[in-house]
Design a protein around this ligand. Sequence first.
Ligand SMILES: [Fe+2]
Length: 297
Amino acid sequence: MKPEVTPFFHEDTNTFSYVVAPPEGREAVIIDPVLDFDYKSARTWTEAADQILRFVRDSDYKVAWILETHAHADHVSAAPYLARELGAKVAIGEGIEAVQGRFTKIFNLPNEHQPHGADFDRLLRDGDVLRTGELEVRVIHTPGHTSDSNSFLIGDAVFVGDTLFMPDAGSARADFPGGDAGMLYDSMQKLLALPDDTRMFMCHDYAPGGREVKHETTVREQRERNIHAGAGVGREAYVSMRNERDAKLPMPRLIVPSVQINMRAGHLPPAEDNGVSYLKVPLNRLGRNPGERTGHD
Ligand SMILES: [Fe+2]
């Protein structure tokens, strides 16, 4: 089965969201939709999500599930907005419980902690198959970038979240709370073991070297050419490269709002008695002092 994959690029955060539909049949899924967020005004809006919504409606698709590859730290999720508009449910990996546990401590939110990922409609485990219409979504647990990261195999297409980047960009960082470079290497190898012609879809691309932005490659290309994990790079070499590189990376621009909102399945924090929702900023708790800054991943 070769599903039809429609990418939507969010320029402000270099994120790709996807609508995936069977070649025939109208039941589609949405993967990793983005809510627009302006840091300076702390405003959210739905221009990017509305593009997806229009496409879904124009194509006469029905969407029962919105899937998150992981709790993103660099963009805010539009899953609740689209779920409401489309009557859909939201699923993420069961590792979200650990992510929520860690960030509940970092943001000191004990009164709000929802145990067992209760903000989400379904928690996905490795090997789960989510069926919707003619689509079968196979869940491959790919931890390392975050502990809740999953990849989704749908027919001949795999959506890898931040487990791999395009071959010339390599891989995502593994230094967020709960991240682990060795685990990320093992997860990448799992994906590289899929059939050669499997189409592989990224969640991000930062267009290294000024090339155009790209979102799609194949398992064969990744295995042969991925600069971090392809062409036989060993585990130890990868782990020391990754850790060294991560030590130089600044925190993502939107980590503070993204994590607080995405750990609540994309819902804003509960409004205070004046009807306004507020975010917290933990001082001297995330990242390191600004040092040499080399990239975005
Ligand atoms: Fe990510």
